[in-house]
Design a protein around this ligand. Structure first.
Ligand code: TNX
Length: 540
């Protein structure tokens, strides 16, 4: 063959590889399952001519609908419920963990076994990826024999959306939830309050949304600057997510990040700042006053309503980036309170402030989560006056501080969620000079590979990481104005984090992930979901 012909042939092969979806049944599995055994040599299960029985899971018709939808979408075949020679079985087994599942496929049977409906749901999501990856078999209505056993590394696999900075309408959040579920995420944290907006209806204090949800007089009612979720809409979202085995955790950020509530109730801030302008979205560094009785009273009401609304056992109360020196340190009432408590530093008032706020959470039968702050809130050991109460779950997030945070939380008996900025902050650009146009952090870059490199256990011995309960990807939205941008920032890095949260380190590899990414990107494209093309993963 001449060099020219060889080049042409290579180009044809290369373009075929790009255009055609993957052709092998493992190629779209993401997150990668724990144990996979391909039964090569055995005949495929034929969906086409078989009458298929789906064991009725009576109390969960959704599972059956999902299975029928997956088969029809991937193969064009409508399964029929009459008895036939070939069966698809769905089995619940007490021997498996809640989210654990197996898939067994041979020429005559397909069996999905799950420890609960969640396990079955994940089995179906994996089955969907088997069909997606094995395009040639799927086009013929066939499924290659295989045996998969799978269970998650972590029970808490979260994404945080930030409708406070830019409001996301209900339908957009639902679309995001649909895709999260495909990658086995099971928690959606909603950052509902910040300087830029108050996004949840509180019936006992309607001013919160009347004033706090609208920062742009010409901006309409449904994003990006304005808008809030009514309690009815929140219920609708909770139900929609629960069907997909996703729990919604509400976040109310206190005592900082509170310009929106202060715009509605200036008297919750320190008295010396009562007269300051409180323009939502323009003013930052304002705090609730540690000595304002009304602040405690209003939050007691808010926490009660939020606790009743959300079935989640957890409420996130923020606790990050509180500008103590601009507020409590200059407030006579706070300084008097500090002295009467025998404290030396205004930041120690966190003890009193969260001492009361956390009590409201407990009184409502819930557990609190807080962002882990080592400077303000958790002074070094020799100045150890605000240890977080042990029942608080902490989230590590600040760049560079995660190893310290893992150690301190372990020594103090806290549960820890891993959201280290270096890997999981998906508001950072994905490549030098890529979007967003601005962010707060002097533009560090979190490439797809950097996101993938997250080992949530930070390479520690098992005994040193037992307190880590999960992982969270965050989509801070100062520069994210709508769901298309959310998706662009999330995909594909959100797939890397999904695998870090679900799969054990022994199963994971960047080289394998890169390959499994392509059919999934193809699928996102087909669904009309925005993503960044990870051109850097091309080539050898
Ligand atoms: C820090 S992370 C914040 C957020 C910002 C984010 C921007 C955290 C607990 N606080 O308020 O949106 O940085 O990356």
């Amino acid at each position: 063959m001449t060099n020219f012909k060889r080049t042409i042939l290579a180009l044809i092969i290369a373009s075929a590889a790009i255009i055609s979806p993957a052709q092998e049944n493992l190629s779209a599995l993401l997150p990668i399952p724990e144990k996979i055994e391909c039964r090569t040599g055995e005949k495929a299960f034929d969906l086409k001519y078989a009458a298929i029985t789906i064991n009725d899971c009576e109390d969960s018709p959704y599972i059956k609908e999902e299975l029928e939808r997956i088969i029809e979408e991937r193969t064009g075949i409508k399964v029929c419920s009459s008895k036939g020679k070939k069966s698809i079985e769905i089995v619940l087994s007490e021997e498996k963990g809640k989210e654990e599942y197996s898939i067994e496929i041979d020429s005559r049977h397909i069996r999905f076994t799950g420890g609960s409906e969640a396990g079955i749901f994940y089995a179906l999501k994996t089955f969907d990826q088997l069909l997606l990856g094995d395009a040639i078999n799927s086009n013929e209505g066939k499924v290659a024999p295989i045996h998969i056993e799978d269970s998650p590394r972590y029970g808490y696999r979260a994404v945080m959306l930030d409708p406070a900075r830019h409001f996301l309408p209900v339908e957009d959040v639902k679309q995001f939830i649909d895709r999260m579920a495909c990658y086995k995420y099971n928690v959606l944290q909603l950052h509902l309050t910040d300087d830029q907006g108050w996004r949840i209806e509180i019936k006992s204090h309607p001013e919160l949304t009347e004033k706090g949800a609208f920062r742009n007089p010409k901006g309409g009612n449904n994003g990006p600057d304005n808008g809030y979720y009514t309690q009815e809409q929140i219920k609708e979202l909770i139900e929609y997510a629960a069907k997909r085995h996703i729990e919604i955790v509400p976040e109310l950020d206190i005592p900082g990040h509170s310009a929106a509530i202060l715009a509605a109730y200036p008297e919750l801030g320190c008295p010396f700042r009562h007269g300051d302008a409180k323009e939502i979205g323009k003013v930052t560094n304002m705090m609730l006053c540690a000595s304002s009785e009304k602040a405690y009273k209003v939050y007691e009401d808010i926490i009660r309503e939020v606790a009743q609304l959300f079935p989640s056992k957890r409420i996130h109360l923020g606790g990050d980036e509180a500008a103590v020196k601009d507020n409590w340190a200059q407030c006579e009432e706070c300084l008097a309170l500090m002295r009467s408590a025998g404290y030396k530093k205004p930041s120690q008032l966190m003890n009193i402030f969260f001492g009361r706020m956390l009590e409201y959470v407990r009184n409502n039968g819930k557990e609190a989560i807080l962002w882990c702050e080592l400077d303000n809130m958790w002074p070094p050991a020799n100045d150890y006056l605000f240890p977080y109460p042990k029942d608080v779950t902490l989230v590590t997030w600040r760049n560079g501080l995660t190893p310290k945070c893992i150690e301190l939380t372990r020594n103090n008996g806290h549960k820890l969620i891993m959201a280290p900025g270096e890997h999981t902050y998906l508001d950072y650009p994905q490549w030098q000079n890529d979007l967003p146009e601005f962010n707060n952090w002097g533009m560090p870059v979190t490439t797809l590979q950097k996101a993938y490199e997250l080992d949530p256990g930070y390479g520690l011995k098992d005994s040193e990481q037992e307190h880590i309960i999960g992982v969270m990807a965050t989509l801070w939205a100062e520069a994210i104005k709508d769901i298309n941008r959310v998706n662009y920032m999330f995909y594909p890095r959100g797939l890397a984090i999904a695998e870090a949260a679900w799969s054990g380190m022994e199963q994971r590899s960047w080289e394998s992930f890169k390959k499994r990414l392509y059919p999934n990107l193809y699928e996102l494209m087909k669904q009309g979901i925005n993503f960044r093309v990870p051109f850097e993963t091309g080539g050898k």
